[in-house]
Design a protein around this ligand. Sequence first.
Ligand code: BV8
Length: 241
Amino acid sequence: MRDIRNIVILTGAGISAESGVATFRGPDGLWEGHRVEDVATPEAFRRDPALVQKFYDARRAKLKSVEPNAAHLALARLDAEWPGELLIVTQNVDDLHERAGAKRVLHMHGELKSAWCLACDERMTWEEELSSGPACPECGLAGRLRPDIVWFGEMPYEMDRIEGAIREAGLFVSIGTSGAIYPAAGFVQTARYCGADTLEMNLEPSLGSVYFHESRVGPAGSLVPTWVEGMLGGEHRSSRA
Ligand code: BV8
């Protein structure tokens, strides 16, 4: 029996679905008829900055009307009570993990509530709209702020830290992600190669389900609280030698 000390949890849009935040590739996976791959690129921003800013302004504004759900709250409880290392690596750009109370959260694809000034390279908390081209609070230049979001073709944030955590993990858990986007979709293979147990919880088997030792199918709002109860109740002894 192996004791699991360190946990890495990857989350995707599916964990926020029950909070009313649209996912990317489900039936509602289009935004005003656009695929995320078509608006979430540097080329799209160069070609039509107003469209891209509008896409993110709408999603940033939506944050004010959604709440964390039972899955976010359960992960926040695990974060608070787990005695070993724990890291929530989220592909999500919403703030629902933090609003649920989670502390050890890493946004590998950036955050809606952050802006990045292309004039002075500073990043800052940003709650309002960017479409009007507001001045950067740091350097004062107007019209140079972009969403602090990792677009397609851009390097996700803190990859070294993520890979280091995965190498040390005894358990890798993936929640609410389709396994369509890299490098996140490859994390389970790294984890498995490094000897971790791997568990997926998703509404349907993801594209990477075959790489997981265990795959639980259902809504995160039900599966995650049950899983956390088990982990805090001592179920964290791996069933594998
Ligand atoms: C990079 C920010 C390199 C924008 C996003 C071929 C092979 C390998 C890679 C590539 C390739 N061709 C191109 C690439 C690279 C590309 C990529 O992966 N493309 C795909 C299309 C193949 N990746 C990149 O470009 C990445 N960067 O590779 O850089 C590099 C190297 C050197 C130097 C420079 C660069 C950057 C990727 C990040 C792009 N940005 N987001 C935004 O959010 O607006 S990605 C976007 O997809 C979102 O972040 C989202 O988080 C992410 C993943 O989607 P999911 O979270 O999984 O959401 P999805 O809707 O797909 O699935 C939801 C799941 O939940 C479903 O399975 C559903 O069943 C489930 N679900 C629904 N409801 C529930 C539920 N589960 C539980 N409960 C429920 N209630």
